[in-house]
Design a protein around this ligand. Structure first.
Ligand code: SF4
Length: 198
């Protein structure tokens, strides 16, 4: 496995953005009265895809702090995840498969989890570069709670994504021009190892 050699300021900046996301999520969730402890589902079964090298690198920063036997278990689970995913997608079936990093309902890399793991659940919106605004109603529990609300609190992802995109540009620099776009499941990120940036 290749080692990551990434300036600490990059990860510190990502941690600051992640903390801002967590605070925004908590603010909106508390206004709605949304708590994951009341949920019988688990959003770690959602079909999430991830799009930045900086998050991929930070995920591996977390994984590399684990022992090799634990990592091996995650690799095996990631392999099974991708096998099941491919067959479900081929058969046009819903792809609700448990994330390979979820252990007994809990995230094994909670402090290093991805953006979408942090923001999923509450009503949110994002302004696209072309000016269109996309709205998401939140998870099923959140939709039940907000159904009778006149003014539904909403998390605006736009400034948070803008900061993340700026950090991604800073992280990649000139390499951004030659590297392929990231559009991967977390299982693929585990199987591929840390991102190859050269
Ligand atoms: S990374 Fe953690 S929080 Fe995100 S889907 Fe996997 S187990 Fe859940």
């Amino acid at each position: 496995m290749s080692q990551l050699d990434i300036p600490q300021q990059i990860f510190s900046e990502l941690e600051r953005i992640y903390a801002a996301m967590d605070a925004e999520y908590d603010r909106v969730a508390s206004r709605i009265g949304l708590s994951c402890s009341a949920c019988l589902d688990n959003c770690c079964r959602s079909y999430f895809r991830h799009h930045t090298y900086v998050e991929w690198a930070y995920l591996w920063h977390g994984l590399q702090q684990m022992g090799s036997s634990r990592l091996e278990v995650f690799r095996e689970r990631a392999g099974s995840y991708m096998e099941t995913l491919r067959s479900r997608l081929t058969e046009n079936k819903p792809s609700r498969i448990m994330c390979p990093l979820n252990e007994d309902g809990w995230c094994a890399i909670y402090s290093h989890r991805m953006v979408i793991c942090r923001l999923h659940g509450v009503p949110n919106q994002v302004r696209m570069p072309d000016g269109r605004v996309r709205n998401f109603p939140g998870c099923h529990l959140c939709q039940d709670l907000t159904r009778s609300m006149d003014r539904i609190p909403c998390l605006d992802r736009t400034p948070l994504y803008t900061e993340l995109a700026a950090l991604e540009r800073r992280f990649l620099g000139e390499r951004a021009k030659s590297l392929p776009k990231v559009d991967m499941t977390l299982a693929q990120m585990i199987l591929e190892g840390p991102p190859k940036l050269e």
